[in-house]
Write a protein that binds this ligand. Sequence first.
Ligand SMILES: Cc1cc2nc3c(=O)[nH]c(=O)nc-3n(C[C@H](O)[C@H](O)[C@H](O)COP(=O)(O)OP(=O)(O)OC[C@H]3O[C@@H](n4cnc5c(N)ncnc54)[C@H](O)[C@@H]3O)c2cc1C
Length: 483
Amino acid sequence: MRSVIVIGAGISGLTAAWALRDTARVTVLDSAPRVGGKIRTGRVAGVPVDLGAESMVTMGPDAVRLAEAVGLGDALCEPAAAPVTIWTRDALRPMPPGHLMGIPSRPELLAQSGLLSGEGLNRLHVGEDVEPLPPTTDVTVGGYLEPLIGREAVDRLVAPVLGGIYGGDAYRLSLASALPFLTGITESGEPLMTALRRRESARAGAPRTSPVRGVRGGMGRLAEAVAESSGATVLTGTTARAVCHEAETGAKAEAEAYGAWRVHADTDDGPLALDADAVILAVPSDVAARLLGPHAPRAAKALAEVEHASSAVVTLAFPAGGGAREAFAGRNGFLVPPVDGRAVKGATFLSAKWSWYAQDAPDVFIVRASLGRAGADSPLGAPDRTLADAALSDLTAALGPLGEPLASRVTRWERGLPQYHVGHGARVDLVRDELASLPGLDVCGATYQGVGVASCISSGLAAARRVAPETEPFTRQEPADEQ
Ligand SMILES: Cc1cc2nc3c(=O)[nH]c(=O)nc-3n(C[C@H](O)[C@H](O)[C@H](O)COP(=O)(O)OP(=O)(O)OC[C@H]3O[C@@H](n4cnc5c(N)ncnc54)[C@H](O)[C@@H]3O)c2cc1C
């Protein structure tokens, strides 16, 4: 059986390890003291709370199939039905139905929402009949959409939605990499809003279910269950320092049992060297760049160029009886347009969005607010108290007096989200091209095919299939001696 080392125990690396459970002996290394990476469940006021990712999209089948395969099918839950809400122009305003990533399909409904000024609405109507051209070069989301829907609609409708996913800037994110489905929609040559309305009516008969799921008890359960079910040896507190090839180590010459690759790592107990037939780098792009450098210098340079956004998540627990439940009712949270200059870029009312919070912890109401935007000063240097006060101040301004929270917790995500800026697709292609000539060395993770948890899961599955093409992750193969 071949041996594989996976570096990084975030959801991408854990999924790769899980997918290889029947085809390889797998060792997973992570520098952190626990598995999960950006998926982390901690406690606030005694309640398990997601401090990083809190849901995953289910448009592709991989995420749900993985959750089911590791025994969490029954724990998947749908959020409460509520419109996307934008806090702008001094009020919380629901986004009208029919939008796609904030791109409106029905300007007449927008007028009622008050999301745009009269001027912004007029500009939107002007764009209604414009036939968009499929972009011939990689362009920014904002640059492509502005001639179609106007600057104000980009700033107040699209930018907050993109900010919620990438923490990114609509005028730097690549249309092809950040909104790849839009190119397909515009290929018909129809005016954008007509194409969106047609898409909406095509779905009219389909049952309305949310495209996202959470995990009862927290997404951290998913990471732990995947690690457990993988059967891999998981070494936390183990930082990979270098990846070497047999040509440099002479390992293959020492014994046939050794693989072609050797990983040097640091642990609290001293240095560690592990050999394997293949190595999968499931780490953020700057770390991947360092480890790939000696073997794939062009890929390493491309990865080192990927920028990241940092954010701080402030989780607040309010007494449920003090009017908090009423203050937050009817919404799952809100997003804030960057142009409004607030400290908070978005808030999620966890106890309203996920029914299990109210069932398991009826006495508290949990809310989380995210601070930090691409291009703005990083909030991470500020003390916890300052960040918690800024979050509470913005929540109060949006919702009215909320009283004192029972507990608060600040989680810093330094360089938490890779930015798919213009040129990102070409960088990823370059990485793939160079790695194609290095059998047994592969990459997966948030840098490559989407930053969301579901995309990371698909990316981990794909890496497993590349290093062991016979891998059939969702078909359990019986061990040879039981056949
Ligand atoms: C605050 C926040 C909220 C989010 N919310 C959502 C959400 O609700 N829904 C959604 O779909 N997505 C969300 N995302 C995005 C998503 O969570 C991440 O993109 C995804 O979890 C990344 O997974 P990954 O395995 O690729 O990387 P990571 O989770 O970053 O894992 C990489 C791992 O590599 C380890 N590592 C780094 N260097 C080394 C080294 N030298 N040696 C060994 N190990 C190393 C790290 O410790 C880490 O555990 C959110 C992200 C953030 C930051």
